[in-house]
Design a protein around this ligand. Sequence first.
Ligand code: IPM
Ligand code: MG
Length: 363
Amino acid sequence: MTQQYRITLLPGDGIGPEIMAVTVEVLNAIAAKFALKFDFTEALIGGAAIDATETPLPDETLAQCKASDAVLLAAIGGYKWDNLPRHQRPETGLLGLRAGLNLFANLRPATILPQLVDASTLKREVVEGVDIMVVRELTGGVYFGQPKGIFATETGEKRGVNSMAYSEGEIDRIARVGFETAKKRQGRLCSVDKANVLDVSQLWRDRVTEMAQQYPDVELSHLYVDNAAMQLVRAPKQFDTIVTGNLFGDILSDAAAMLTGSIGMLPSASLGDPGQPGVFEPVHGSAPDIAGEDKANPLAQVLSAAMMLRYGLDQPEAASHIEQAVLGVLDQGYRTGDIMSEGMKQVGCSEMGAVLLKTMDNG
Ligand code: IPM
Ligand code: MG
């Protein structure tokens, strides 16, 4: 029987539409191979939505996403919308989507592919074999805590406020994702906080420590975030799975991504409660400087579709097939500009899509 899925596509801004077009072709090819059927519906988000509707996350988009089995997002933002008031910024649309779908768990893998070791700015011996999963809390912490805003004080001086807050329940549910993820990987979980200074982090550490009793096979460690940042660039291979709050995860996942030297290769998954639609998107942004030039690397978006199959739709074989094809095109020497090195064949976005399809056909 053909398994049918409703997928909302959010191509967004900049290079988004180009890398999404390649990914849809890849998904259609996968559907044919694995007896799946994808019903794709496009919706607006980010700058594209601001231009059309004056809001970065129209109600119809959120409703459409809620009614689907999974959401594939490309990228949002661009110079054009950078100076709008906050409620009209593309980023506000993304945060609204995360909150609206209750996507509290963000999985960001940083894996060094053997074919791309030399793309890293760090020494080969430091990064070769790095395989880290950052589990970032995504709907709480200082991104969403109240009170927040810019307030006038009695003297007339303005004061900017954000609040870093986590309840026990919020900590427990992300800690559980951390432990479960580590259990499926190498069984090592590092929880990152700032418990030497922040009360919210002390509660975080206490809850994570308590949950460890339920996971005797997972080796738990704790690091302060400043030390974690240092260790990530000093000796990244010590890490397997990292679990951390929203802001620390934002920063550390970019650092971890750059270990691989190629942010254009990294996918991510944002998940809510089981059975609810997740959002799958590349870690990189909308790259407005190369938008429309057919230069973008579509592989992070394609790998995000693989994460969608694995974590969102429970189709691990179809996911592996895509991942193998990506390794295949790299083995054949195809590179977009961002990961180009001597002796390789430079291709644009659409040609990368074409060789990917050919490789999948033969695989
Ligand atoms: C990310 C981005 C977002 C974040 C921005 C665009 C709101 O940096 O997904 O990491 O800070 O979460
Ligand atoms: Mg970020």
